[in-house]
Design a protein around this ligand. Sequence first.
Ligand code: C2E
Ligand code: MG
Ligand code: MG
Ligand code: MG
Length: 286
Amino acid sequence: YALYHAKKRHRGGAVLFNTDHKDKINLDARIESVLKQANLERELSLVFQPIVNVSDHSILGFEALARWASPTLGEVSPARFIPVAERAGIIGELTKTLLRKALAAATCWDAHLRLAFNLSAHDLNSNESALAILSVVERSGFDPKRLDLEITETAFAHDFAQITHSVEMLRRLGCGISLDDFGTGYSSLTRLHALPLTKFKIDRSFVANLHTKPASYKIVKSLLALSADMGLDCVIEGVETKEELQALKALGGTSVQGYLFSPPLPEDEARYLAAQHTHRYSQIAV
Ligand code: C2E
Ligand code: MG
Ligand code: MG
Ligand code: MG
């Protein structure tokens, strides 16, 4: 029933999957069975969202974000299908396919630009899965020093010793390691110091209207101070308005990502921007 509606809605546009709990479970089961039989190479793609330098509005790099166009289900959001793939034990296959495609796309970019790529905690849960990532990076020929692998604090709920070991392997290869959605999860200061992180990404929930929300403002301020203390870079996610950007700039934020500058872009549009060494978002004056 839920699927029927999801499909029907899809013909008219986006699939909303706006269903109750029981429908959600049924739909997840359906997504799982379709995903298991999907042609990942053909159906998975990536869009790329610019990460922008606050001081001159130049592009520092792009974050790759997964998209799944299923012939049966239509467009399914990564927030929906990534957790399904994790539970179904097939996330490793998805990660490898997506990482290969992201690296291939980024190989065409100007050499000063970085690629950010999201890993699942499951990708770091064993030496084998971490080695699989390592080998995709090595075979791509892309300089690992230009790659930032993003993990979320949900990884801390897994075997922390193994996660740390996997992250260390990827660091040794030269990859940067970013803590995504920072501030929303399971971080303890001990664990933040134990992981060889290179970057924080402050979650967009703290950025929305921070100029009028004292609590959000104070949280962003302390997260920026913490990253500076630890000697880490910090990307602020989900910047949608000039007012937010202004407030972030005053707080000393240096890199931002969000709809104010650009939504995630198809590969060819990202490639076009990435080829222009001097591209600036100069129309956004602050
Ligand atoms: P994320 O890594 O935190 O990515 C940021 C999400 O925020 C993206 O949603 C992006 O489109 C959205 N976003 C960017 N700027 C704005 C803004 O200004 N306002 C608002 N409201 N949203 C903004 P998306 O693409 O739907 O991805 C959702 C999540 O799915 C990602 O969150 C990430 O956790 C996961 N994901 C996406 N691609 C992959 C992937 O290839 N592998 C894995 N493991 N997870 C992925
Ligand atoms: Mg991310
Ligand atoms: Mg995030
Ligand atoms: Mg997220």
